[in-house]
Design a protein around this ligand. Structure first.
Ligand code: BG6
Length: 467
């Protein structure tokens, strides 16, 4: 029996935080695309504290779709809006939960997806309330990141969720796991024979991952104050990218086999010495709404990680993330060692430059090989040439991460969600840096973060500017 056959498709989608920012920016546009492709066949029940009617809710969904989707088809928007119901009420009021149960009964639901698009501090209350009306027995729960704030709170959240839902009903979202470009790292590595022989410390000099955004906190100041860059994206999105770049090939297609390989990478990482992390904050962050005037929350974090495995020992993994930076891009650069000098080059030029393999993981995803080729002219020396593939041009449009993840949650497939031990282990790796935060260095918006990030670099390495 396949894993899919062993799970039951959900028959309802319940959105907590249905009137919030995530629903607006990501979930409704994703649901629209699923509706357009004929992949959505469940009612969608929003639960929210806002004093809204069903019509307000439908209008809000339609507006969200109009804001994100190019020329949306009105018939598709209408069909999606017809699926929407809103339960308005306080989470602390038992009537809200009774009303949710009645609504699910009315839809004859036997297996619902409960999607927590709400602030992390409300996760356990909502899960406990679901249990109070026994809805945990007929549903699975989707929990947005960040999962906890540190190792201890992640363990506590896991403990609470496990007292209510079994692990195979807990879907921990990290939308980077739903990106085609991130999954491609694994496929690309193991389906191209020319890659794997060099993918180790003998050939790789360093690996560098940059996630940069030009935007600031954009009205999410109050949320961001509670997290900062390390908790918002480093502990989750970037650590998952590291795992996909570093892991051994999974030995089978079962979800557990993929997650086991991520676990081995996280388990072989050394806990991060706070001296190997640099934190920054863009000038002006403290004036954002919801931000304390003396805030020490980082909007930039860079670190040098070590993976103490046979494959990677001694290779520096430079990882940096920031808001208010010079460009919006997510990129991983694998740099190989420099070849020896070309002794046959009469002109006695320098040794050829180092090859790099650069994966673009954000918009315009694709890969560039920086190779060396003969410089035109009489001498036998080399210069860099780029061999570049744009995946959309070569392979066509792919689905957005949230479309895939909502589909997976409805189908009951856990493969693109994070497992308990992996989440806890990534916190454990970062915990020393959370316990003893390094100083905050200011940087101006439009720069590449504070200069102090350069102190993490070894052996003459430099930070790559994303393409
Ligand atoms: C989210 C973070 O998880 O990822 C945001 O909370 C960030 O702060 C966003 O902007 C970036 O996602 P993407 O897919 O645009 O790289």
């Amino acid at each position: 029996m396949t894993e899919r056959a062993a799970t039951q498709d959900a028959d309802a989608l319940v959105l907590f935080g249905a009137t919030g920012d995530l629903a607006k920016r990501k979930l409704f546009p994703a649901l629209y695309q699923m509706e357009r492709r004929g992949e959505l066949n469940v009612p969608i029940i929003g639960v929210a504290r806002s004093e809204w009617t069903d019509d307000d809710f439908r209008n809000r969904a339609a507006e969200a779709i109009d804001a994100v989707v190019d020329e949306p088809d009105p018939d598709v928007s209408k069909a999606l809006c017809e699926r929407l119901d809103l339960i308005q009420g306080d989470y602390a009021d038992t009537a809200t939960w009774e009303s949710l149960r009645e609504t699910l009964d009315r839809h004859d639901s036997k297996m619902a997806v409960f999607y927590m698009a709400i602030p992390p501090e409300a996760f356990d209350d909502v899960a406990t309330a679901l249990e109070s009306v026994k809805l945990n027995e007929r549903g699975r729960i989707v929990v947005e990141k960040p999962f906890g704030r540190d190792l201890e709170s992640a363990r506590e959240l896991n403990r609470i969720l496990h007292s209510i839902f079994p692990e195979d009903k807990i879907f921990r979202i990290d939308h980077y796991l739903g990106k085609e470009s991130v999954e491609d790292l694994l496929v690309f590595r193991f389906s191209n024979m020319l890659i794997e022989p060099v993918w180790n410390r003998h050939y790789v000099r360093s690996v560098q991952i940059t996630m940069s955004e030009t935007i600031g906190v954009e009205g999410r100041g109050a949320f961001y104050e509670g997290v900062g860059a390390i908790r918002d994206v480093f502990q989750n999105h970037l650590m998952q990218v590291v795992a996909f770049l570093a892991m051994e090939p999974p030995v089978g297609h079962q979800t557990a086999q993929l997650r086991d390989e991520s676990a081995k990478v996280f388990n072989s990482m050394k806990p991060l010495d706070p001296a190997n992390m640099v934190r920054g904050q863009y000038v002006g962050y403290r004036n954002e709404d919801g931000v304390a005037p003396d805030s020490a929350v980082e909007t930039f974090a860079a670190a040098r990680l070590e993976i103490d495995s046979w494959r990677w020992a001694g290779v520096p993994w430079y990882v940096r993330v920031g808001k208010g930076l010079a460009a919006t891009a997510t990129e991983a650069v694998v740099e190989l060692h420099q070849p020896p000098r070309l002794l046959f080059d009469e002109a006695g030029g320098p040794a050829p430059g180092r090859n790099q393999i650069r994966f673009r993981l954000g918009s315009h995803d694709g890969v560039t090989f920086a190779l060396q080729a003969k410089t035109p002219g009489p001498n036998l020396d080399s210069q860099e040439v780029d061999v570049d593939v744009d995946f959309v041009a070569a392979l066509g449009e792919r689905q957005e991460a949230y479309e895939r993840l909502l589909g997976d949650a409805i189908a009951g497939s856990l493969r693109r969600f994070a497992r308990e031990d992996n989440v806890e282990r990534t916190w454990e790796v970062l915990q020393p840096a959370l316990d003893s935060p390094s100083p905050i260095h200011p940087y101006f918006k439009g720069a590449w973060g504070p200069d102090a990030a350069d102190t993490l670099l070894r052996n003459g390495d430099h930070w790559y500017l994303p393409d």
